[in-house]
Design a protein around this ligand. Structure first.
Ligand SMILES: Cc1ncc(COP(=O)(O)O)c(C=O)c1O
Length: 363
């Protein structure tokens, strides 16, 4: 039998809602005009309609609707990150990063030959004092921020912490690259870090964690409209980051109607159901997550090293990841593992995976 993948943190499939909405959006795009006109030429940062839809989507989080000339439509968050990191940090530069963070940032550092400087964290995310002393020492040009349902720790920065971190970025002229990809599932969370220092902030809101992992549409809001051509088009002639027009158009139709919100609601509901199973079965463990979170951060007792625990769970047919996967800098990561709530294809498979993790935890 194939192992159950609980190492990824994709959103759960919700075909009972997604399929009809998505089919209708594609049909609408194809009915509205000539497919050849749509895909016959590059659309650069996105058509005006797609950038407008992107600005509406970003306004699900930002305090106001950004003007569409600040918006770039791209084929995923990673593409936006690669363009930003290349320009804002670049060869020999320094990127500030949370001590536990999105592992792909290591690949970007290798490709673009920049240094990573890890910032110690507490239960809310980065510690302001540590961040400030790192800014003095390493002079990072940008900070890659995951302030909401942080990957992997699930931390959410409070308003006060966001304010303090934004002030430090201002004082040391550090650009904020905010990846807000997990923010559309929870309710009642603070506004993006970017709203505390908009003049420094490159705000990214992808669809991969709220609608579908391979939708391959993400939106960037640049600090100013003039910044867009400098980093994207026509200032930079690379095209690999551009969104296929059909994908961008379908996402726009979803956002213009209520399709996107219905899909997000369904993903949220399924995530809550799965989280309820976790809460019911996992009692007494040092576990960090919330009902709308796509991953769980589980601390293990010292006598059960994370790597060995992951090996044991793997031998029982379930893939999960140890804290070392996410660790930056030279501090020893906490003895913890991360598992995803959405990647298992259905709830029954998820329950089997969860039972296996619990069995391993209790033995
Ligand atoms: C923090 C974070 N950002 C971005 C991505 C990927 O986004 P995309 O598929 O849009 O490139 C992931 C996927 O795991 C992620 O965890």
């Amino acid at each position: 039998m194939n192992p159950i993948n609980m190492s990824g943190n994709l959103p759960p499939l919700v075909p009972h809602v997604f399929d009809d909405i998505y089919r209708a959006a594609i049909a609408q795009v194809l009915d509205e005009g000539s497919p050849n006109s749509l895909i016959g030429a590059h659309q650069f940062c996105g058509s005006e309609r797609d950038r407008t839809a992107g600005s509406r989507f970003a306004a699900l989080r930002l305090p106001e609707i950004p003007s569409e000339d600040r918006v770039v439509v791209a084929n995923g968050t990673q593409s936006i990150l690669s363009m930003l990191l290349h320009s804002l940090v670049g060869k020999g530069g320094c990127l500030a990063i949370e001590a536990l963070s999105y592992p792909t940032m290591r690949q970007f550092a290798d490709i673009f030959a920049f240094r990573l400087s890890a910032i110690p964290m507490d239960s809310e995310g980065i510690e302001p004092e540590a961040f400030e002393s790192m800014c003095r020492k390493d002079a990072p040009s940008a900070y890659y921020a995951l302030p909401t349902l942080q990957n992997p720790t699930t931390a959410i920065m409070s308003m006060e912490r966001r304010q303090a971190v934004a002030e430090i970025c201002r004082r040391y002229n550090v650009a904020i690259i905010e990846d807000d990809i997990y923010s559309l599932l929870p309710r009642d969370i603070p506004p993006p870090l970017s709203s505390f220092a908009p003049e420094l902030s490159w705000y990214i809101l992808g669809t991969a964690k709220s609608m579908a992992a391979a939708l391959k549409v993400a939106y960037l809001v640049a600090p100013k409209a003039e910044d867009v051509p400098k980093l994207f088009w026509p200032g930079v002639r690379a095209t690999y980051w551009m969104c296929a027009p059909i994908n961008a158009a379908v996402a726009s139709r979803l956002i213009e109607g209520d399709g996107a919100t219905c899909i997000i609601d369904a993903v949220r509901t399924e995530t809550r159901e799965r989280q309820a199973l976790i809460a019911a079965c996992f009692t007494g463990a040092d576990l960090r997550t919330m009902p709308e979170c796509l991953h769980v951060w589980l601390h293990l007792p010292e006598e059960r090293p994370a790597e060995k625990f992951v090996e044991l769970v793997g031998s029982l047919g379930v893939n999960i990841s140890p804290s070392a996967t996410y660790a930056f800098g030279n501090r020893t990561p906490p003895n913890a593992i991360r598992f995803g709530t959405g990647t298992a294809r259905d709830r029954a498979t998820f329950q089997r995976g969860l039972d296996t993790i619990i069995q391993a935890y209790n033995c």
